[in-house]
Design a protein around this ligand. Sequence first.
Ligand code: ATR
Length: 270
Amino acid sequence: TDRYCVFGHPITHSKSPAIHKAFAAETAQDMMYIAIEAPVDDFAGAWRTFVADGGKGANVTVPFKEDAYRLCDRLSDQARRAGAVNTLKLEADGRVYGDTTDGVGLVADLKRHGVQLEGARVLLLGAGGAVRGVLAPLLGESPSELHIANRTAHKAESLAADFTDLGNILGSGFDAIGGRYDVVINGTSASLAGDLPPLPETLFNDGAFAYDMMYSAEPTVFLAWSEARGARCVDGLGMLVEQAAASFAQWRGVVPSTAPVLSALREQLK
Ligand code: ATR
């Protein structure tokens, strides 16, 4: 039985063990998956202990994604760009491979909802680690424009500057949001505090999508605001399941179905 886990701190509320157990059952993989609370000052030690116990791979969540990035021997292009790793895999030769699947998870979930990214005007709110991790996969879908707006303008500007080779991307403060967008994605942590970034009333094109990378039983303030202005609204629960599926596929070489797991989680959230 191959062993996998998710590392975080705190980790008790993680849905990852339930998600991966469902994937393993569906694809008949002989594996186990547990949650491990690593000490904040010794992620590398926790990983080494897990590997010594037979661990083959792990997911990594807050606050360890940068620590995980630093201990990898090999990185995917996306992980290198993101400066963060959410998926660790022990290779046959003992080396550690790191990838980040958050961005492909977001793009997969957007597509599942029928969101057209190619040629779209896309606005991304926030400029923290969560946003950095999704920029390369979003730009890979060839939006006409990817605008990053953040409370602290210079963070959005320098983030955009790091990705200009991949597409039409620009960074600014919230005050420079202008015109209407086809897709607006909230990647700030403002939802956690029940805050809403200052957004203009005329934000959405007809048929536009609003996506919050967070999820909760009730719509986030951002989604409630967007719904009232006619946008089609989606929360981040699907992104969670899709990034998990992408990690699972890296480890096991089989792609699990995400729909049944997502509907089960949605039921539990109620
Ligand atoms: P994460 O890993 O979730 O991205 P982070 O790196 O701490 O966390 O980034 C949090 C993001 O949410 C930042 O873009 C932050 O804006 P600042 O860069 O100006 O700090 C944004 N954010 C947090 N609380 C916010 C609020 N109440 N209103 C608007 N933006 C907020």
